[in-house]
Each structure stands twice: as structure tokens, then as C-alpha cells.
Design a protein around this ligand. Structure first.
Ligand SMILES: NC(=O)c1ccc[n+]([C@@H]2O[C@H](COP(=O)([O-])OP(=O)(O)OC[C@H]3O[C@@H](n4cnc5c(N)ncnc54)[C@H](OP(=O)(O)O)[C@@H]3O)[C@@H](O)[C@H]2O)c1
Length: 244
């Protein structure tokens, strides 16, 4: 399969490309830092195309490189993301943080998916995987915007699944719990254990092979259940999370 992993230079994206290449797939990774990306490509055997997924010109260039070299795309994995913990009122950079977190986590996965449709339609079995989060089901008090972006992706994954199914395109969404990557380095709480990226990706790939379109991983299953039966309790537990 020809697979594009956004944010493939580190963390979950790096592990996705490692395991997908090991299964015999051709994996293309993108990210903003060209050095980190080149090192990830060397480690995993993926192909690197540096680019910022929030920029239309970079999205077009990444997709036209794939078109020129491979002629199709079988799986788009929208994984790139940022996680910003700050105080909405007192932070000195709130406006920029609001815009960049929504642009990277919410707008880019959707605009890239739209731009990739013609390439995906050249595949015999096209699919898109959104890397969401268990916090799609709970507002996470220390991060004013992040959980909202993942809730948006959760809703959009459901609507796109419905709209694109008649066109033969399958939409998957994976909702990880807290995972032991750079993104979660500062997170501390007695309420969760960080999942290892290798275990997370093994479970995601198992779910994809079984055609499970909504993948609740690790503690995300409990988060969804608690969001339905005890939402105030769940919110209070998340409010105890420390960021340092
Ligand atoms: N770690 C967790 O606890 C956790 C839990 C649930 C869900 N997730 C989700 O899993 C995904 C991956 O997170 P992670 O933990 O692996 O974080 P990570 O290690 O910080 O990796 C994020 C990657 O995204 C790339 N990226 C960020 N902005 C980008 C942009 N504008 N264009 C292209 N690439 C960009 C980064 O590379 P550059 O900076 O070089 O661009 C980086 O390689 C995210 O969507 C995150 O929300 C993470």
C-alpha cells in the first residue's frame, strides 16, 4: 500500500511508519522540521517530504510528489498535531495559540483529506485514518482548545464516513489515551498510565485489518463510558492533571 503519515517524524507518527514499513508498505512521512524528518526516514525506511500541513501550497506539493512517484494513495493518516496547555486569560500568546492549534489539529486534516480525494480515488481500496484522542469525549480543563479540536475531528470522522462510503472511501478514527511521546512529556496524573507508542500502533493496525472504523484504545474506552454516565466526575478527574 502507498501510505502518507503526516507528522511522521516523531512519536506516534514515527512508530506508525516504522510498523507500516515493516509490513511491506511504501510510507511517505511529512513534517515541518526537515532534519527530524530525514532522521525518521533513515530509521524507518519511509520516504520524507518536508512540509507544513497547514499550508495549502505544501499540501498540494506533497500530494503532487506522491502522484508523480506512485500515481495513487491508498491510505492517508492524519496524525500531525500539537497540544498546548496554557491559561486562556493570562498567557501572553493566546491568540496565536488558538489559531495554530485549530489550524494544525482541526483544519489541516480536513483540507488535506479533501485535496487527497482524487489520489485516493485511484486506489482500489482507499481509506483515511484520523488520529483523534480520548479527550474528544471530555473537555480537558488545562488545555483550552485541544480537546475541542479532537471533538471536532470525532464528529467530522463520523460525517465523512457517511458521505464518502458511497464513493468507496473508508474513514477510520483512532482515539488514543495518553501516550508516552514528547507531546505528553509534561503531563502528570494518578488517573492514567502512558501507553507505549509501539503498543498503541500495534492495536491501531490490528483494528484497521479488522475494518473497525472507530478505534477506542486503552483508557479511551473508559473515558467514553464515564463521559456518558458521570461527566462531572470525569471533568473533575481531568482537572487534576498537572503540566510540568
Ligand atoms: N501523545 C499523546 O498522549 C496523544 C494522545 C492522544 C492523541 N494524540 C495525537 O496523536 C498525534 C501525534 O501526537 P504525538 O504524541 O506523536 O506528538 P509528537 O511526538 O509531538 O508528534 C507530532 C508530530 O506532528 C508534526 N507536526 C506538528 N505540526 C505540524 C504541521 N503544521 N505540519 C506538519 N507536521 C506537523 C510534528 O513535526 P514538526 O514539528 O517537525 O512539524 C511531529 O512530528 C496528534 O494528533 C496528537 O494529538 C497524542
Amino acid at each position: 500500500m502507498i501510505i502518507l503519515v503526516t507528522g511522521g517524524g516523531s512519536g506516534i507518527g514515527l512508530e506508525l511508519s516504522r510498523q507500516l514499513v515493516a509490513c511491506g508498505n511504501t510510507v511517505i512521512i511529512c513534517g515541518r522540521d526537515p532534519d527530524r524528518l530525514a532522521e525518521a526516514a533513515r530509521l524507518t525506511g519511509a520516504q520524507a517530504i518536508a512540509g507544513d500541513v497547514t499550508l495549502a501550497a505544501d499540501q498540494d506539493r506533497i500530494l503532487s510528489d506522491i502522484q508523480a512517484e506512485h500515481g495513487r494513495l491508498d491510505l492517508l493518516i492524519n496524525n500531525a498535531g500539537i497540544f498546548l496547555a496554557y491559561d486562556f486569560k493570562s498567557d501572553t500568546d493566546t491568540l496565536r495559540k488558538i489559531e495554530s492549534e485549530i489550524a494544525i489539529n482541526a483544519t489541516a486534516p480536513l483540507t488535506l483529506t479533501w485535496r487527497a480525494l482524487p489520489l485516493l480515488e485511484k486506489s482500489a481500496r482507499p481509506a483515511v485514518l484520523f488520529i483523534g484522542s480520548g479527550v474528544a469525549f471530555v473537555a480537558s480543563p488545562g488545555t483550552p482548545i485541544y480537546s475541542g479540536t479532537k471533538a471536532l475531528i470525532h464528529h467530522c470522522a463520523q460525517t465523512l464516513r457517511h458521505q464518502l462510503r458511497p464513493h468507496g472511501i473508508t474513514i477510520f478514527e483512532a482515539m488514543p489515551p495518553v501516550v508516552d511521546t514528547d507531546m505528553a512529556k509534561a503531563l502528570k496524573s494518578d488517573n492514567f498510565k502512558k501507553m507505549k507508542p509501539a503498543d498503541l500502533v500495534r492495536d491501531i493496525l490490528k483494528g484497521l485489518r479488522r475494518d473497525q472504523t472507530e478505534l477506542l484504545l486503552g483508557q479511551s474506552r473508559q473515558i467514553r463510558l464515564l463521559s456518558r454516565i458521570a461527566p462531572a466526575f470525569l471533568f473533575r478527574q481531568f482537572a487534576k492533571t498537572e503540566f510540568h
